[in-house]
Design a protein around this ligand. Structure first.
Ligand SMILES: Cc1nc(N)c2c(-c3ccc4c(c3)CCN4C(=O)Cc3cc(F)cc(C(F)(F)F)c3)cn(C)c2n1
Length: 329
């Protein structure tokens, strides 16, 4: 009974991520973090888990956690399904800094883990590349309508996506379009540390998660789809998502086969210059796009205005009439 307590030091750190999940492969870098496909050891299902290193300042961390609380309430058929979020604080890495032999630097980091539904590996970015030749405009407008519905839901929750682009528009296993990998941007922006692109532009999934390296350049950190006011660091509102939706609509209607063509056409669109032949082929869409891509956010329609516009009106359930004043406010 006279057990001698053995001084075995602090309890060994147990990572819930590694205990509950088996990492399968790196899915890439979303904003501010790494995303991995994992298998849950208990239910044997596969998920996408995103690990975000939280900022150091207490205030920024509180802001992130407020945004998580708002995001966790999202529930919509066109938003990636959310399962769980948790925090891990691995023990600080003690290492001797060679220069000053007695000095040990500890960098205690705090990570937010987010467990989401695993979507198909091909995002809308890959879909657009794979469907250059045969693209049916009825199907693409349907897809666009679903994306607009998802953005409308986010805006009605008082949130803004802020980073809409084809690489974070996903397909669920059943094929339904889902917008995802958004949020936490404002709070994290104070400690903006966009993931570094390696020299050749590939995204390295380093960060101690797994050695898998992405083989193609991603759209991480791209500002191609970003509204002018956001790029210029001006105050902005939910109309930033309408601008991005405008560029995505053109890409859905106008197949672009190479990244070079995509960058050229989108850069021209940012100056309201449409590709040769676009206006003749899509006159009504061009009218809507001139508003969606306006430099003045107030001139851009809301998602209501988009759905009530001529090109999309036929895809709405006509029972619900949207009052005119909601088309732009
Ligand atoms: C194949 C595949 N599937 C995915 N789900 C992904 C994701 C992914 C999709 C959605 C979301 C994330 C990663 C991280 C968070 N996320 C979101 O949509 C934002 C979000 C939605 C919520 F409902 C709840 C939260 C939060 F409460 F913060 F956890 C966050 C990124 N990548 C590269 C993926 N690849």
């Amino acid at each position: 009974e006279n057990q001698i307590a053995v001084a075995s030091g602090p309890p060994a750190f147990v990572s819930r991520y590694l205990t509950d999940f088996e990492p399968i492969q790196c899915l890439g870098r979303g904003g501010f973090g790494l995303v991995f496909e994992v298998r849950n050891r208990l239910d044997d299902c596969h998920y996408a888990v995103k690990r975000i290193q939280l900022p150091n300042s207490e205030e920024a961390r509180e802001k992130v956690m407020r945004e998580v609380k708002a995001l966790a309430k999202l529930d919509n058929p066109h938003i990636v399904r959310y399962f769980h979020a948790w925090i891990e604080c691995p023990p600080p890495v003690q290492r001797n800094v060679p220069k000053t032999p007695n000095y040990t630097r500890s960098d205690a980091k705090m990570f937010l883990f987010i467990q989401m539904q695993l979507c198909r590996k091909e995002s809308l970015r890959e879909w657009l590349r794979a469907h250059v030749s045969h693209r049916d405009s009825y199907q693409t407008i349907q897809m666009f309508n679903e994306i607009v519905r998802a953005v409308e839901y986010v805006h009605l929750q008082g949130l803004i996506h802020r980073d809409l682009k084809p690489s974070n528009i996903f397909f669920a296993p059943d094929g339904a379009i889902k917008i995802g990998d958004f949020g936490l941007v404002t709070a994290m922006a104070e400690e903006a540390s966009y993931s570094p692109m390696s020299p050749e532009g590939n995204v390295i999934c380093g960060g101690g998660f797994s050695p898998f390296q992405r083989t193609h350049t991603d759209q991480v950190g791209t500002q191609l789809y970003m509204s002018p006011e956001q790029i210029e660091g001006q105050p902005y509102n939910h109309k930033v998502d309408i601008y991005s939706l405008g560029l995505i609509l053109v890409e859905l209607l106008w197949p672009l086969s190479t990244q070079m063509e995509q960058v050229t056409v989108i850069s021209q669109l940012r100056k309201l210059k449409f590709p040769q032949g676009f206006i003749e082929k899509y006159p009504e869409e061009a009218v809507l796009l001139n508003k969606m891509l306006s430099r003045n956010p107030d001139e851009r329609p809301t998602t209501y205005g988009i759905r009530a516009s001529t090109p999309l009106r036929i895809y709405q359930d006509s029972t619900v009439e949207i009052p005119e004043y909601l088309h732009f406010s």
